[in-house]
Design a protein around this ligand. Structure first.
Ligand code: SF4
Length: 508
């Protein structure tokens, strides 16, 4: 029998979550570096350069890769010959204690994103607990733990379908990936689970994302099994969609496609698909009774030699004198460097503004969005001399339903976020002549370096969802929807799908 100490599990979980918050897995970095070298789309190449540069900065500075530091998912395999002689907690409580310590670590405090009572008050638990934990009792005398910290933007794009046994998995995936938009911050991975039951397929998909990237080895030696053939076909066809980094159109949409399967009912073909994003975060350790696990820091020499700097042609914008007339001259895809003051706000703040509007009340504290720019962000708390922690964009589509209100009633000039806008937002943009700008999801620490001052101006009780005013200097963004409603998330993928030329373009 192997004795596992409570403290060893707690320390190991805390250490692994801190580690993955600032170190990308090296296999992901190398695959992204290769995607950078091969990328022919300038916009996508620029986005990958920002993600790689951000990754190096985080590894050096021990700060989070993304402002969304994720929901913790744990896969725990407990050997049948393991004992817990000093345990005063259940194993789930030990794992949650590890999560708590990692997320409250004063040297690298991570963002608490977990809300209790999701149907009612949606109250932040303040320490990112509880984790989602899956157990398996296995033979042996160790405890194996695989942890991930999954970003909401990519988790929100998870799909499940119960196909007929005769239906094509490839067709479903190729039709479904474009409907996921860019909110999952490609390029990343797709995890596909096939078989079992509905919930088993989802678990297979999630667990497959914990595997290292190895599609290039598979391509080099050639697939040998139906599962490997499926991986290769999906990898090639999804990349032929031309979605590209951040949905801007390009060659690299997925760096790998993982597939796991399980026996299923004769009447069924459950298929689950879960994407993993630019903030790919997972770690694995084994406890064998000899103490807590310690993960070796990767060698910084393995980071691709990519150092993003703003394009010399980028237009410099003074936010403090900005008007809709000035913004109307900006072109789709144009790079901007923003200087001046912006307001922030995301889901909860927008809902509150809508509630004030519905009650016919003025916004509190003189809050005024007229001729201002809003940034959809929930930053990480600052440490040491930072004014704000990593502060990348959140998915804009969730704010689409508030766009009419914010542009027409509250007079915004521009919105900044990540991923595409839906019809409601684009209609409001066209009607008002406002614009939508995108920052790169997964480049949160790099973006935060442009923020020189930060103060909460409303809704402080919402924590990271409060409304801040940021002072920014040369904040890099791209015009994603211009004042006439042209969206680069439509034009870019269409252009690159046609250029790649492997998938017919639907004529609409
Ligand atoms: S990279 Fe994108 S999807 Fe992933 S955690 Fe960050 S913002 Fe969310």
């Amino acid at each position: 029998m192997t004795a596992i100490r409570q403290q060893d599990l707690i320390e190991s979980v805390a250490g692994a979550l801190q580690f993955m918050s600032y170190y990308h897995p090296v296999d992901y970095l190398e695959a992204l570096g290769e995607a950078y070298r091969r990328e022919a789309s300038p916009a996508a190449k620029d986005a990958i350069a920002q993600i790689l540069t951000n990754s190096r900065m985080c590894a050096e500075g021990h700060r989070p890769l993304c402002q969304d530091t994720g929901i913790v998912v744990a896969f725990v395999k407990v050997g049948m010959n393991v004992t817990w002689p000093d345990a005063t907690m259940a194993v789930s409580d030990m794992i949650n204690e590890g999560v708590r310590r990692a997320y409250l670590d004063p040297d690298n405090r991570l963002r608490a994103s977990i809300l209790a009572d999701p149907i009612g008050s949606r109250r932040n638990t303040r320490d990112n607990t509880p984790a989602v934990i899956h157990y398996e009792i296995v033979s042996g005398d160790t405890v194996e733990v695989t942890l991930s910290a999954k970003g909401g933007g990519s988790e929100n794009k998870a799909k499940l379908v119960m196909l007929n046994p005769s239906d094509s998995i490839v067709d479903w995936v190729v039709q479904t990936v474009p409907t996921m938009g860019a909110g999952w911050c490609p390029p990343g991975m797709l995890g596909i689970g096939v078989g079992g039951t509905a919930e088993k397929a989802m678990l297979l998909a999630k667990e497959s994302l914990m595997e290292p990237i190895d599609i290039h080895e598979l391509l080099a030696r050639g697939p040998r099994t139906p599962l490997e053939k499926l991986r290769v076909e999906l990898y090639e066809k999804v990349n032929a969609l031309g979605i590209g980094a951040q949905g801007l159109g390009g060659l690299a949409t997925v760096l790998d496609v993982k597939v796991r399967d399980y026996p299923t009912h004769a009447a069924s073909q459950p298929v689950a698909m879960i994407p993993n994003c630019a903030a790919t975060r997972h770690a694995h350790f084994t406890l064998d009774g000899s103490g807590a696990a310690h993960l070796d820091p990767p060698d910084l020499a393995r980071w691709p030699d990519v150092h993003w700097t703003p394009a010399p042609t980028a237009r410099r914008v003074n936010l403090d004198t900005l008007t809709r007339a000035e913004a109307a001259a900006w072109q789709p895809g144009e790079a901007l460097l923003l200087t001046g003051r912006i307001l922030t706000g995301r889901d909860a703040a927008h809902q509150r503004i809508a509630d004030y509007h519905a009650r016919g009340e003025a916004l509190p504290g003189g809050l005024d969005f007229h001729n201002r720019v809003i940034y959809y962000v929930g930053p990480v708390d600052p440490v040491r001399d930072e004014v704000v922690g990593p502060a990348g964009p959140t998915t804009s589509t969730r704010m689409d339903k508030f766009s009419g209100l914010m542009l027409e009633q509250h007079g915004l000039v521009a919105m900044i976020g990540k991923a595409e806008r839906g019809p409601a937002a684009i209609t409001a943009i066209k009607r008002t002549g406002a614009v939508y700008l995108m920052a790169v999801g997964g480049a949160a620490y790099l973006v935060a370096k442009a923020i020189k001052g930060a103060r909460v101006v409303a809704f402080a009780d919402l924590g990271m969802e409060a409304i801040y005013e940021f002072d920014v200097k040369d904040m890099p963004v791209t015009v994603a929807v211009d004042a006439r409603g042209t969206s680069v998330h439509e034009t870019g993928p269409r252009e690159w799908q046609a250029r790649i030329g492997k998938i017919p373009i639907a004529v609409v």
